[in-house]
Design a protein around this ligand. Structure first.
Ligand code: SF4
Ligand code: SF4
Ligand code: SF4
Ligand code: FES
Length: 305
């Protein structure tokens, strides 16, 4: 149903059911976000997207608050910028000054927002205990001190498999991402629809599908790919489009080749889609011989031509 609202005193016709963020975005009004990612269900935890609504005392998170008829919304007041800045400064309270050695540096949302908000100095140092070796994994490394607890990793894993291999442990500032249950089996549903019970996560070893999507959606350098660690600044390179050659789904992906080394290839799904382990960690034939598919091939006999 069409409804009328105003955003920053500009009248808009929008639809019921939309969030304030969606309505603003449709009107070309930008609101900063951090925990929000379009393809994941929003949870409204970081408060970076706060806006004022006339008649409501405190700013509301626009990624979860729905529009209502007659709402008068303000996205650019001193009050909302103060709330956003306060929320960001809490995330930075004990954040390590790791940017020069962090794999995410250069495309980290926390880094970008810190510069945008002028929060380039840290108020406190080492308020909370370091947590290392929270879980072990062949492919994924988790650095709890960089984690902003946005839960994107939990949400993407839940979307993929019906249940997440991760959950939030601890409480307050001592919270971190750990393995679900740790000593329990995990029940979920595969993308094919069949249910599964994952192996027990004994000894804090992550035994998941290694689809890599938690790494891809992590907005900071808390979850990183072990095979790529310290090997890439892939935003410095020009990506080239291709398709994954590992199965007939032929997912569209982008490759980044760093410093001319063929083995240092990162894949990234186009159109916000999900890749599987073979796509994300790139186990395709190009990895070993530098052969990347850039145009369609017809399979004749046993070899593509
Ligand atoms: S997560 Fe972002 S802000 Fe934190 S060290 Fe890495 S690049 Fe810097
Ligand atoms: S590991 Fe990354 S995606 Fe997961 S909660 Fe921490 S910051 Fe968010
Ligand atoms: S790699 Fe995939 S299956 Fe494993 S924890 Fe991350 S999102 Fe879940
Ligand atoms: S982006 Fe809305 S609360 Fe985090």
């Amino acid at each position: 149903m069409d409804i009328e609202i105003t955003i920053n005193d500009k009248k808009l016709i929008t639809k019921t059911g939309l969030t304030i963020l969606e309505a603003a975005s449709q009107a070309g009004i930008k609101i900063p976000t951090l925990c929000y990612l379009k393809r994941l269900r929003p949870i409204g935890s970081c408060r970076i997207c706060s806006v004022e609504v006339k008649g409501i005392e405190h700013p509301v998170p626009s990624c979860v608050a729905k529009v209502k008829e007659g709402y008068e919304i303000y996205t650019d007041t001193e009050k909302v910028w103060n709330v956003r800045k306060e929320a960001l400064s809490h995330l930075l309270l004990d954040h390590p000054l790791d940017c020069p050695v962090c794999d995410k540096s250069g495309y980290c949302m926390l880094q970008d927002l810190s510069f945008e908000f002028g929060l380039t100095k840290q108020k406190n140092k080492k308020l909370y205990p370091d947590r290392t070796n929270i879980f072990k994994s062949e492919y994924i490394e988790y650095m709890a001190t960089r984690c902003i607890l946005c839960s994107r990793c939990i949400r993407v894993c839940t979307d993929m498999y019906g249940n997440s291999f991760y959950e939030i442990k601890g409480s307050g500032y001592d919270s971190y991402i750990g393995l679900t249950g740790e000593d329990k089996s995990i029940h979920g549903v595969k993308p094919s629809g069949s249910s599964f019970i994952a192996e027990k996560t004994e000894s804090n070893i992550l035994k998941c599908y290694y689809c890599g999507n938690c790494i891809e959606v992590c907005p900071v350098g808390a979850l990183i790919s072990k095979p790529s660690k310290f090997k890439e600044r892939y935003w410095q390179e020009s990506p080239f489009s291709s398709v994954c050659d590992k199965c007939s789904a032929a997912c569209r992906i982008e490759y980044y080749r760093y410093a001319g080394e063929e083995s240092l290839v990162r894949t990234e799904s186009l159109f916000g889609g999900y890749l599987c382990r073979q796509g994300f960690f790139y186990e395709g034939i190009g990895k070993n011989n530098g052969y990347y598919i850039s145009s369609p091939y017809i399979k004749k006999k046993s070899m593509p031509e």
